[in-house]
Design a protein around this ligand. Structure first.
Ligand code: TRP
Length: 348
């Protein structure tokens, strides 16, 4: 993505973020996650809290579990049902209220998926080939460039446009997809008459929680604290995280990534600052720091973990939430597809 369009996206995002608090009823939010595994603290602080905030402001919210995107760069859907159910449980335990926010899976929304056909006609092969996020995903996964990996950003445009969302909270890596979505909307409207509006990507300024090794927290790096892990598993993971031999604890992201990642994790979970915590540990060393972080994380996550276990003990409820979310999403998608057919003259 060019610096120019990044700057434009950032400005648009900042302007809307200020307005959200004043005029929440103007906004329709859609965002989502791939159910490739379990949610971790990075998701919690990086996106879920923000979704709950938007929901509680009274913004119309939809949260998509993007199950078809799982097969963009992998060849199996093993564990997908389990991942989806666990995701629903984590969302609700974290405060996403299914009475207010529609939680759904796009594989269950045929009318949304059908938008893919006209939308594919609005983008060129060259545009698809240029998408930096697709390139990065292909490289990271070592997967061949399948038709789906190349075109899923168009499918993501279907996700966003079917419900006429105007705000899409995402990480920077998703901005090329938002840009493409805006183009699809613009081109459709120009060709067939105005049906869609151009959504804005909303960038968060939440501190990015580092993984236990100081890199970005990511399932694929094995450096993540899962929301649903037990207190014991969490303690073990923190215990084996890499630190250094300097006994005095202080925050220095560049030179002490391990120690600093632990301090940031504890800071987020306690609402204190990294320096404040570092001072308290003083020269007691990495062992003491790890004990502190373990205690902080487990105390912070205890209520969440309790709620998610209660929820998962009642699978009937989890399934009802999804069925109801899918039902509502289908209604919206059907309505939009009718408008699309009408605009295209495909009414028989
Ligand atoms: N591509 C997103 C991710 O990998 C998930 C996603 C799918 C999404 N459809 C979306 C995000 C629509 C925002 C809007 O995390």
């Amino acid at each position: 993505m060019s610096t120019d369009s990044f700057q434009a996206s950032l400005e648009r995002s900042n302007k809307i973020r200020a307005d959200l608090e004043v005029n929440p009823s103007k906004y329709y939010m859609l965002t989502g996650d791939r159910p490739t595994g379990r949610l971790h603290l990075g998701h919690y602080f990086g996106s879920i809290l923000n979704r709950v905030h938007m929901q509680d402001l009274g913004i119309n919210c939809m949260v998509l579990i993007a199950d078809y995107q799982v097969i963009t760069d992998r060849d199996t859907t093993e564990h997908i049902q389990d991942n989806v159910y666990n995701m629903v449980a984590d969302y609700i335990a974290a405060g996403i209220d299914p009475e207010k926010t529609i939680i759904y899976t796009h594989s269950a929304i045929p009318a949304c998926n059908q938008l893919m056909l006209p939308f594919l006609s609005l983008v060129s092969e060259a545009e698809l080939m240029r998408n930096p996020t697709v390139k990065a995903e292909q490289e990271a996964s070592g997967h061949e460039l399948t038709g789906l990996l190349l075109t899923y950003p168009v499918h993501q445009a279907c996700d966003i446009l079917f419900c006429k969302a105007n705000i899409v909270p995402v990480g920077k890596d998703q901005l090329p997809h938002i840009e493409l979505t805006r183009q699809v909307a613009r081109r459709f409207n120009k060709r067939y008459g105005k049906v869609f509006r151009e959504p804005a990507g909303i960038l968060s300024d939440a501190i990015e929680i580092p993984g236990l090794d100081g890199r970005k927290m990511s399932k694929s790096y094995g450096n993540s604290i899962m929301l649903g892990a037990t207190a014991d598993q969490t303690a073990k993971l923190i215990k084996k995280s890499q630190t250094d031999s300097e006994r005095t604890i202080f925050f220095d992201k560049e030179n002490r990534p391990g120690v600093s990642a632990l301090l940031t994790t504890a800071a987020l979970c306690t609402g204190r600052t990294e320096n404040d915590i570092a001072e308290e540990i003083g020269s007691s060393g990495a062992g003491a720091l790890k004990a502190f972080v373990t205690e902080a994380v487990n105390a912070f996550l205890a209520p969440h973990r309790e709620r998610r276990e209660e929820l998962l003990a009642d699978m009937g409820y989890i399934k009802d939430v999804l069925h109801e979310g899918n039902r509502k999403a289908n209604e919206i998608a059907q309505h939009t597809l009718d408008e699309v057919r009408e605009a295209m003259g495909m009414v028989y």
